[in-house]
Design a protein around this ligand. Structure first.
Ligand code: ATP
Length: 238
């Protein structure tokens, strides 16, 4: 399997506070890659840096063979990379449909808006039902689905998901993770997912990386991590 995303020696932080130190990992095409680690380990910072929201002080990010280090965040959906931030960040006073439309703002996505809207409504029937409702009135699970669907409106090849199950009931979290698996297995979408629900995410992931104090502490297959009690105790607090 070829790599869709390659992160090399990436260091980044906020003003004078370094958070990530020489982070390196590869993301195979069509696979689900999980990034796990304690609170404050730098997982959100890592996704934000890959997605162009934070400029790295060092290192390189290559997406589909193209160097995107330091590229503007608003240019990335047009190249096929979409971020679903923690909490979804929908516009609460806009309808579900309007939120979805905003996901297709990239110039190469706009002409396909109607077709793409039908596809995401097919994939998330609940959003068709809630189409004219304000996003702020959705349940937590529906909001997360809407946020994922909005990211899919630009037909990305790579989806970066920041804690999609946060605040959801275990059942809803399971449903959201099932959707993520389906998108990867059936549509060939490449997924990088940050999750607090470590066991659940390892059960759906192919590969995993543990981030510890801004460094990659361990990398392996998700199955290896699930089977290794000492890794779970050392890094995952399980
Ligand atoms: P969590 O699971 O709690 O979301 P995380 O692994 O995603 O944690 P980050 O949110 O990336 O970790 O935070 C890494 C470090 O960067 C923490 O020390 C945090 O306090 C700091 N940090 C995060 N966002 C900012 C910001 N906007 N400005 C300054 N420091 C920040």
């Amino acid at each position: 399997m070829s790599d869709q995303l390659v992160v090399e020696d990436l260091s980044a932080g906020y003003n004078d506070m370094p958070v990530l130190h020489d982070v390196a990992f590869r993301v195979p095409k069509g696979a689900v890659t999980a990034i796990v680690g304690a609170n404050g380990a730098g997982k959100t910072t890592l996704l934000a840096t890959v997605a162009g929201l934070i400029k790295p002080s060092r290192g390189r990010v290559t997406f589909d063979g193209r160097d995107i280090t330091g590229a503007r965040a608003d240019a990335l959906p047009g190249l096929g990379l979409a971020l679903v931030p923690e909490g979804g960040r929908l516009f609460p006073f806009m309808t579900v449909q309007e939120n979805l439309q905003l996901g297709a703002y990239a110039p190469n996505a706009r002409p396909h808006l109607a077709a793409r809207m039908r596809e995401v409504m097919d994939a998330f029937p609940i959003l068709l039902e809630r189409r004219d409702q304000h996003a702020g009135k959705l349940s937590g699970g529906e909001r997360q689905m809407c946020a994922i669907a909005r990211a899919l409106m630009c037909r990305p090849a790579l989806l970066l998901l920041d804690e999609p199950s946060v605040g959801l009931s275990p059942l809803m979290a399971e449903r959201v993770l099932e959707i993520v698996t389906r998108l990867a297995r059936e549509e060939g979408l490449t997924v990088v997912i940050v999750e607090q629900r470590v066991t659940e995410v390892l059960e759906i992931a192919d590969e995993a990386h543990i981030l510890d104090h801004g460094r990659i502490a361990r990398s392996g297959t998700a199955a290896q991590f699930l089977a290794d009690r000492s890794i779970q105790e050392t890094y995952m607090g399980l």
